[in-house]
Ligand binder design. Structure first.
Ligand code: OAD
Length: 243
């Protein structure tokens, strides 16, 4: 088991309020590809401007829909790993615990986390490109992409694309949690995409102890009091066991 610095354990044992921000790295060991890892990341193989913007969907809805269906296939097969499970168990250890994720794969909930703020949506849900209302699974069968039963608009995945606003209630709750926590834990994120990447900085401004779990350095590393260099699926269970 990985050794966790004693000073970090002391901070955690004393903490009442903890916030965690996760990114694609926590699901890597479940077989869900990350975005920016050099060889295996999705953005090494695909161009986000062709697949993850409103303009891309307008230009070629079938291409975008089919790409998300392919990702849905990968995600449906994926199971939560020991990192997701450790975070679900940590939720019970603190009076105030907020799990914020940039992931759309639902693996935190599948692992048993009850309260999850999904900043970038959820790939298992659909909505209408025109009226923005939810569209359930059955309606989303047939044509690719299917049509909205209300207005005939095209159906799209309920995820946040580049240039779109994040869900405002989730974002506000995430900022509030970042301001009030004593320990802010960043797990498996390159910390490059805003506004999510502003959350640890906000926590730091409010005197939180910033901790990172990532096998490699990120732009956040110089700001962190503790950097645990290793994969989430082994570092997080270590943290749980020793806290
Ligand atoms: P990235 O792909 O940018 O970063 C993944 C991070 O996880 C990298 O820093 C890796 O070093 C780290 N990592 C890889 N394997 C790991 C492991 N086993 N354990 C821990 N860390 C590991 O993914 P995100 O930071 O999540 O947005 O990207 C942010 C957003 O950019 C995504 O939500 C997505 C993307 O475009 C939207 O789709 C809106």
């Amino acid at each position: 088991m990985s050794q966790v610095p004693i000073a970090l354990l002391m901070r955690l044992r004393k903490a009442r309020s903890v916030a965690v921000l996760t990114g694609a790295g926590i699901s890597a060991e479940s077989g869900v590809p990350t975005f920016r890892d050099a060889m295996t990341g999705l953005w090494a193989r695909f161009r986000p401007e062709d697949l993850a913007t409103r303009e891309a969907f307008r230009r070629n809805p079938k291409l975008v829909w089919d790409w998300y269906q392919w990702r849905r296939g990968l995600i449906e097969k994926a199971r939560p790993n020991a990192g997701h499970e450790a975070l679900a168990r940590l939720e019970d250890r603190f009076a105030d615990f907020t799990l914020i994720t940039q992931n759309v794969d639902d693996l935190h909930r599948k692992a048993g986390s009850r309260k999850v703020l999904e900043l970038h949506g959820n790939i298992r849900r659909n909505k209408c490109f025109e009226d923005n209302g939810p569209v359930d699974d059955r309606a989303a069968e047939g044509e690719a992409p299917p049509r909205c039963p209300r207005c005939g608009g095209r159906v799209r995945p309920d995820v946040v694309w580049f240039g779109e606003y994040l869900p405002q209630a989730e974002l506000a709750a995430a900022f509030e949690a970042s301001r009030r926590c004593e320990v802010f834990l960043c797990v498996g994120t390159s910390a490059l995409v805003h506004p999510a990447a502003s959350l640890p900085v906000e926590a730091l401004k409010h005197d939180a102890c910033l901790v990172e779990i990532n096998p490699v350095e990120t732009p956040l590393s110089p700001l962190c009091e503790f950097s645990l260099r290793g994969p989430a699926a082994s570092m997080l269970p270590g943290l749980l066991a020793q806290t």
